[in-house]
Structure formats: structure tokens, C-alpha cells
Design a protein around this ligand. Structure first.
Ligand code: AMP
Length: 424
């Protein structure tokens, strides 16, 4: 039975149509350029991963690795999910392909679709795209700065202004437990006055209390102990090194003591690039940090690493607001318009013209007049018109759409003539 309604796209996903696609291409090209300029190499990992990788590597307690995770119906024995982010997959690939045996750190980047079952709104989708950059295998805070710099430089290269970089350190396995004890001791007597979500966080993931955006918790948060006052010597030194390098590189930032990641394997640096014009809760263009504990979490040797992910949808949206205008090129510069059923001949002319410029052929059965009307809507620079008699002589009428100027051209002269027109 045919469906009673025309079938539309799924909720929370979006089509990138031809008018918008060139903007994406600019963003992708700039991402590749920035990453390669820093010595990073592009890889591609699958959109599906074993559930265990994501559950361990993203964390079942997080939204992305928990309630927002898309699980595939089990076929055979493999339990698969759609990746909600790329880091766990990239770290897996690093070990699986022996990059841990090569020069360290491995500098890798990838771009692709991520999937999260969240409530769709402007700037938040269920399928979205990220640039993901990772430096795996070295603990130097200089790599943290390198990642921050790439994120900011990429967005700046796209013409974005009004960027704000926020920075924090969340310590490591050595100093964080003691801080969390202090945090819990501070919040415990306030529990009844906290938002229900925060009452839960106090028991399950106290660090996330600092993320809370609820009015009712704000005054308590303001007086909460700050992790940066409780870092161990090594973490404090690393944090100071990051700040000194950012200063030396002329990268402005503000310290945000509430910027946290709720998972144990995150260590030290966390950062986020925000845009003031991106309203509300979706004001983050990208973020990242150090995750020295992740490799061990997914069953590999302890390996320090740092990286970031930034969202294409939001970056492209801001490019529309303040980036340079990107004009979509016409679909073709030449349109071949045969007058009559001259398919083979039209194809041949198309092939000749295409050696020089993007060329489309009108293979429809409509009248010449209707084909010319269609050509006007398509907007090529030239139309190449010929009928059976001209085809027999291997000539065509090349008409410049803008001026209306027309001349007879031999098929075999066409490429040279188009080249001369383009360069002349
Ligand atoms: P995260 O992986 O959650 O740290 O997000 C990194 C970046 O990815 C964010 O700053 C956004 O730009 C983008 N992003 C995350 N989730 C979504 C989503 N559901 N829709 C669109 N972009 C997203």
C-alpha cells in the first residue's frame, strides 16, 4: 500500500542542498589546510563501532554515550552503535593499526557524521558533522595548546569573529579525588536546596555540579571550591605552561572554573570555543581537552592524548552570519542543447566541451523553445545549440547567454575556443 503522506526526512536531521554545499566545502577545505599545516594527517574511521568501545570510551553516564546513543538492532553476535563522537574510534584505530609503535605523538584528524538521539533544536541535530583532531602519544601541554590553536585558527580562517576561548584544568587521577571530596563536603549540607538534577549529580558525578545552569544552584556554585586551587604540582605546572604558551601565541582566553568533563579519563586541560551570537545552550562551536586515561579505559596501554571536536553545522551557520559570502557556482558553464533527437551527437559535444569547462547536456524530448527556457533558469554562461543539419556538418551555434551574442563553431574547435574565452 502506498503511504498516505509523502515521506519526509527523519526528525532532527538536515539536508545540505546545493546552495549551501559550497560553504561546507570552504569549511572542509580550511579544516584540512589548518590541520595539515600543523602536521596532522587525515584518517577515516567507521560510523559504526562496537557498543563496548563507545560505552567505555564515551561513558554510559554521559548523554552521548548513554541515553542519546543510537543502538543498532543486533544481527549476529556483534552489538553495534552509531558513533556519537569520533575520539574513541580514532584512539582505537591508532592502536589497532600500530601507530603506537611509530613516531609520537600521532597527529590525526577526521571529519564526518556523528549521531545523538537528542531533542532537536536550532544548532542541535541527531545527525551532525564534526571536525575531530587528536594528538595521541605525548603528555606535553604544548600539544594542548596546538589543539586549541588549530580550533581557533580554523574558525578565524572562515571569517568568524566574536569567538571566545574558555579554559580550565580538571586535574588528574592524583589530585582530582581529593578535590571531589572537598566539593561533595561543600555541597552535601546544601543538598535539599539544589535542583533535582544536581541532587542526583551530587551522588553520581559531583564534578558535573559545576556544569549546572539552573538559577537556583547559581549562588552555591559561585562559592564552591575551585579545582584550579587544588591541583597537584604536576597539573598546576602543566596548566601554567598551557597559559604561558597561549599568551605567547597571542591567543586570548578566559578562565572558566566551571568548565568540566564528567568522566574520569579526562585529565588537566579542558577548553571550549564559544560564539556570543550562537544563542542559548548551543553556543559552543567546539571543545576538547586532554584524555590521558581513555586508552586504558578501552583496553590499551596507558597513553596520553589530547584533542578537540568542532561542529560543522554551527560553524557553517556562523559563516552565513559573518563569514565571507560564498557564491554557489552555476551547475555548468556550458549547456548543450540539441534541437531534435540527437542524443549521441549531444553526448559527443558534451564530452568535447567538458575537456575545458563543466558541461551539462539537455537530453530531454521537449521543444527547442522549452529547452531554452530551461537554460535560462539553469544559468550557464553558454549554450551550444545544433540541429540535424548542423550536426551533419559538425558545427554548432555557441550563444553567450548574458549578451546574446552567437557564433558558429566547429565541434572540434570548441575546446580551444572555450579555453581562449576563459583565459582571455
Ligand atoms: P561535543 O562532542 O559534545 O564536545 O561537541 C563538540 C561540538 O560538536 C560542539 O561544540 C558543537 O559544535 C558540535 N555538536 C555537538 N552536538 C551537536 C548536535 N547535536 N548538533 C549539532 N552540533 C553538535
Amino acid at each position: 500500500m502506498p503511504p498516505s503522506q509523502p515521506i519526509k526526512a527523519a526528525r532532527g536531521v538536515r539536508d545540505v542542498m546545493a546552495a549551501e554545499r559550497p560553504v561546507w566545502e570552504v569549511a572542509e577545505t580550511a579544516a584540512r589546510e589548518v590541520a595539515r599545516a600543523h602536521g596532522y594527517q587525515e584518517i577515516q574511521t567507521p560510523a559504526i563501532e562496537l557498543a563496548a568501545l563507545i560505552e567505555r570510551g564515551v561513558g554510559q553516564d554521559t548523554d552521548a554515550g548513554g541515553k542519546e546513543l543510537y543502538r543498532l538492532v543486533k544481527r549476529g553476535s556483534e552489538d553495534l552503535v552509531l558513533r556519537p563522537e569520533a575520539t574513541a574510534g580514532v584512539v582505537r584505530a591508532y592502536f589497532q593499526h600500530g601507530l603506537n609503535q611509530g613516531p609520537q605523538p600521532a597527529r590525526l584528524f577526521t571529519m564526518g557524521a556523528m549521531f545523538r538521539y537528542n531533542a532537536p533544536q536550532l544548532g542541535r541535530y541527531r545527525q551532525f558533522h564534526q571536525l575531530d583532531v587528536e594528538a595521541i602519544g605525548d603528555a606535553s601541554p604544548a600539544y594542548d595548546v596546538e589543539c586549541i590553536e588549530m580550533a581557533v585558527r580554523w574558525m578565524e580562517a572562515l571569517g568568524l569573529r566574536g569567538l571566545r576561548l574558555e579554559l580550565n584544568s580538571i586535574g588528574d587521577r592524583k589530585c582530582r579525588p581529593a578535590y571531589i571530596k572537598k566539593l561533595v563536603a561543600y555541597y552535601r549540607p546544601l543538598k535539599d536546596r539544589l535542583h533535582p538534577d544536581c541532587q542526583r549529580r551530587l551522588e553520581t558525578n559531583p564534578l558535573r555540579l559545576l556544569d549546572c545552569k539552573e538559577e537556583q544552584c547559581a549562588p552555591f556554585k559561585a562559592k564552591a571550591p575551585r579545582i584550579t586551587d587544588h591541583l597537584c604540582v604536576e597539573c598546576a605546572e602543566a596548566f601554567a605552561a598551557v597559559r604561558a604558551m597561549l599568551d605567547a601565541g597571542g591567543l586570548e582566553y578566559s578562565l572558566n572554573p566551571y568548565l568540566v568533563r564528567g568522566l574520569d579519563y579526562y585529565t588537566r586541560t579542558v577548553f571550549e570555543v564559544l560564539h556570543e551570537a550562537l544563542g542559548g545552550a548551543q553556543n559552543s562551536l567546539g571543545g576538547g581537552g586532554r584524555y590521558d586515561g581513555l586508552a586504558a579505559e578501552i583496553g590499551y596501554p596507558d597513553t596520553p592524548a589530547v584533542g578537540f571536536a568542532a561542529g560543522f553545522e554551527r560553524v557553517v551557520m556562523m559563516m552565513g552570519e559573518e563569514g565571507e559570502e560564498v557564491i554557489a557556482p552555476p551547475s555548468a558553464l556550458v549547456l548543450v542543447v540539441p534541437d531534435g533527437p540527437l542524443l549521441k551527437e549531444a553526448a559527443e559535444v558534451g564530452r568535447l566541451a567538458r575537456t575545458m569547462v563543466p558541461t551539462a547536456v539537455d537530453y530531454s524530448t521537449r521543444s527547442l523553445k522549452a529547452k531554452m527556457r530551461a537554460a535560462n533558469r539553469l544559468g550557464p554562461r553558454w549554450v551550444a545549440i545544433f540541429n540535424a543539419e548542423e550536426s551533419a556538418r559538425r558545427v554548432l551555434q555557441l550563444k553567450e547567454m548574458a549578451g546574446g551574442e552567437q557564433r558558429e563553431v566547429g565541434w572540434d574547435e570548441l575546446p580551444a575556443l572555450l579555453e581562449a574565452e576563459l583565459t582571455g
